[in-house]
Design a binder for this molecule. Structure first.
Ligand code: ATP
Ligand code: MG
Length: 553
C-alpha cells in the first residue's frame, strides 16, 4: 500500500491508485528512459522525480533505461553523466542499468514476426518519395509499391539488410498499418533503418537499428513496466505503441500516459540546443553554471533537495506552460536560507584605515554561522585596516542611505561602530582610502551603547582576508522564450558571466568544501566551485527575487 504521508497527488497517481485498487496491477513498475545524447537538464529532473518518486511512494520499482537506438549521436560519456545525475538527485534504479540495445536480438525477432504476419515490409522508396507518398494532415497517403511484397520475400530482404548487403538509406523496414490514418505516425512508419556506425554498447554487431517507436514499447513490455510515463508530444505515438504490442507475441501491455513537459523561462530545454551552446563555445561545457543541466545547476550551488522541491511545486499536469525562473530560484533560496552558513566577502573593495586602532593589534571576534539556527561560531580577525564594499560608502547621502557616509557612523557586522573622518583620492578622483575612528565600547550584536546607528555593513580584514575568484551570473538569454527565436543563439545575454578575479573573503572560507553553499551576507548565496583547483565561488542566487524587475524593464 502506498505511503500516503506527504506525497504529491496528480492525475497519474490517481490512475495508479485506481489500477492498484481494481487489481489491474499488484504493484508499480516505472522507468526513466533517457537517450544518452547529452547531459540531463531540469526538464529531465521532472521526469526523474515523477518516475522514481512513484516507485518510492508505492514501494514499486523504477528502471534506468538508456534508450540508445541512435548510435551517431550517443556517447558513453553521456551514459556516465546521466547515472551520476540520477544518483545525485537522490534516486537509485532497480537492479542493473537497462539498455534498449540489450534487446536488439529480441527486437529483431519481433520485426521478423511482424513480417511473417504480413505486417511489415522492406521499402525501397527514397526519402523524397516516401515524403510524397506519406500525404499530409489533410490528404491521405499512398501505398508504397513495395507494400504487397510477400512475407517470404520480405524475410529475405530484411535478412540482407541485417547482413549489410544494402547501402545506408537504400531501404527501410516499415510497419504495414494504414496510409490513410488520421494519425501520421500510423502511415506505415519506419521501424528499422540501415546505419553503418559503431554503437557504444553493441560495437559493430549491427548495421540496422530499430526506430524509437518500435523499440520503446517493446523495451517497456520486456521489462514489465506497468505505467510508461512520457511527455505530451508522444500522444499520437501512443497509437503506434499500442499497435506494436498488440501485434507481436508479448504478454505485458504497459499503459502509456502523457504529461506536459517542463518549459522554463529564459533558457532552452532541448539537448540539441544545449549541445550547440557547448560545441560553439558559448558556454564552458555541459556543466557550465549557467546551463539548465543538472550538472550545471549542481555546480551553480543548487542542492538535490532544492531541485526535488521545485519538481514538487510545479506538479504534474497535461497543461503546457512556461515556468518562471523565479520559481526555481525560490526553491534554492529557501533551502540555503535555512541551511547555508553565513560568511562575509567583499567583491568590490575599498580600504578603510581605523586610525585609533593599534597597527599591530589583531582581535579574534566571533560570529554566529547562522542567525537563528544552532550552527556554531567562527572567528573573524579584526584589524586596523579593513575592506568594505565600495558602494557602501558615500561622501554625501540622504537619510535613506543606511551605510557609511563621511562624518557619520555605521556598524560593522559582528564588530564595532566606526565613523568616517576623511578620505584620500587618487588623481582621477577615485577614493583610495577612507580614514575612520572606531568606538571600542560598541562590540557585539546588540550593545547597550544607546547609539542610534541604523546601518550595518559587511567587511573583511585587509591583512587577514583571503582572495578568491567570484563568478557572478545573470540570465543566459535575454528573452523569456529563446527557443521561439529564429536563431536562439542571437538571444544570448553577453553579460551572463562577470568574473571578479580578486574578491576579498573572510579567512574561514578557505576551508569551504566543493559545492558547499554560503550566504555572503548582504550579497547573496554562493557555492564553492567543484572544478577549479584554486578557490572559486559561483553565485547561486541573490537574496531576493530579481526576475520581477527584469520583466518590467
Ligand atoms: P530533449 O529534447 O531535451 O533531448 P528528450 O525528450 O529527447 O529531450 P530523452 O532523453 O528522450 O530526452 O528524455 C528522457 C525522458 O525525460 C523522457 O521520458 C522525456 O519525456 C523526459 N523529458 C525530457 N524533457 C523533458 C521536459 N522538459 N520535461 C519533462 N520531461 C522531460
Ligand atoms: Mg530525444
Amino acid at each position: 500500500m502506498a505511503d500516503t504521508e506527504n506525497r504529491p497527488t496528480n492525475f497519474i497517481r490517481n490512475i495508479i491508485d485506481g489500477d492498484l485498487a481494481s487489481g489491474k496491477h499488484a504493484s508499480t513498475h516505472t522507468r526513466f528512459p533517457p537517450e544518452p545524447n547529452g547531459f540531463l537538464h531540469i526538464g529531465h529532473a521532472k521526469s526523474i522525480c515523477l518516475n522514481f518518486g512513484i516507485a518510492q511512494d508505492y514501494k514499486g520499482l523504477c528502471n534506468l533505461r538508456f534508450d540508445d537506438t541512435n548510435p551517431e549521436k550517443e556517447d558513453i560519456d553521456y551514459v556516465n553523466s546521466i547515472q551520476e545525475d540520477v544518483k545525485w538527485l537522490g534516486f537509485d534504479w532497480d537492479g542493473e542499468i537497462c539498455y534498449s540495445s540489450n534487446y536488439f536480438d529480441k527486437l529483431y525477432g519481433y520485426a521478423v514476426e511482424l513480417i511473417e504476419k504480413g505486417l511489415a515490409y522492406v521499402c525501397f522508396l527514397s526519402p523524397e518519395q516516401a515524403r510524397e507518398y506519406r500525404g499530409t494532415l489533410t490528404e491521405p497517403g499512398k501505398n508504397s509499391p513495395h507494400r504487397d511484397t510477400s512475407p517470404e520475400e520480405n524475410l529475405a530482404l530484411f535478412e540482407k539488410m541485417k547482413n549489410g548487403e544494402f547501402k545506408e538509406g537504400e531501404c527501410v523496414l516499415r510497419a504495414k498499418i494504414d496510409m490513410a490514418s488520421s494519425f501520421m505516425v500510423l502511415r506505415d512508419p519506419i521501424i528499422y533503418r540501415i546505419r553503418f556506425v559503431h554503437h557504444h554498447q553493441t560495437g559493430d554487431k549491427w548495421c540496422i537499428y530499430p526506430m524509437y517507436d518500435f523499440t520503446h514499447c517493446i523495451s517497456d513490455a520486456l521489462e514489465g513496466i506497468t505505467h510508461s510515463l512520457c511527455t505530451l508530444e508522444f500522444q499520437d505515438n501512443r497509437r503506434l505503441y499500442d499497435w506494436v504490442l498488440e501485434n507481436i507475441s508479448i504478454e505485458c501491455q504497459p499503459q502509456q500516459i502523457e504529461f506536459s513537459r517542463l518549459n522554463l523561462e529564459y533558457t532552452v530545454m532541448s539537448k540539441r540546443k544545449l549541445n550547440d551552446l557547448v560545441v560553439n563555445g558559448q558556454v564552458e561545457g555541459w556543466d557550465d553554471p549557467r546551463m539548465p543541466t543538472i550538472a550545471g545547476l549542481r555546480r551553480r550551488g543548487y542542492t538535490p533537495a532544492s531541485i526535488r522541491e521545485f519538481c514538487k511545486r510545479i506538479g504534474i499536469t497535461k497543461q503546457d506552460n512556461m515556468v518562471e525562473m523565479g520559481m526555481l530560484e525560490a526553491c534554492i533560496r529557501d533551502d540555503l536560507n535555512e541551511n547555508a552558513p553565513r560568511a562575509m566577502a567583499v567583491l568590490d573593495p575599498v580600504k578603510i584605515v581605523i586610525e585609533n586602532y593599534d597597527a599591530d593589534k589583531v582581535e579574534m571576534l566571533s560570529a554566529p554561522n547562522h542567525p537563528t539556527l544552532e550552527m556554531g561560531e567562527r572567528e573573524l580577525p579584526f584589524t586596523r585596516e579593513i575592506f568594505i564594499e565600495r558602494e557602501d560608502f558615500r561622501v554625501e547621502a540622504n537619510k535613506k542611505f543606511k551605510r557609511l557616509v563621511l562624518g557619520k557612523e555605521v556598524r560593522l557586522r559582528n564588530a564595532y561602530v566606526i565613523k568616517a573622518e576623511r578620505i584620500e583620492e587618487d588623481d582621477a578622483g577615485n577614493i583610495t582610502t577612507i580614514y575612520c575612528t572606531y568606538d571600542a565600547d560598541t562590540l557585539g550584536k546588540n550593545p547597550a551603547d544607546g547609539r542610534k546607528v541604523k546601518g550595518v555593513i559587511h567587511w573583511v580584514s585587509a591583512s587577514h582576508c583571503i582572495e578568491a575568484e567570484v563568478r557572478q551570473y545573470d540570465r543566459l538569454f535575454n528573452v523569456p522564450n529563446p527557443a521561439a527565436a529564429e536563431d536562439f543563439a542571437t538571444t544570448l545575454n553577453p553579460e551572463s558571466l562577470v568574473v571578479i578575479a580578486n574578491a576579498k573573503l573572510e579567512p574561514s572560507l578557505a576551508k569551504a568544501s566543493p559545492e558547499q553553499g554560503f550566504q555572503f551576507e548582504r550579497l547573496g548565496y554562493y557555492s564553492r566551485d567543484n572544478k577549479s583547483q584554486s578557490l572559486t565561488f559561483n553565485q547561486t542566487v541573490g537574496l531576493r527575487d530579481s526576475w520581477a524587475k527584469i520583466e518590467k524593464a
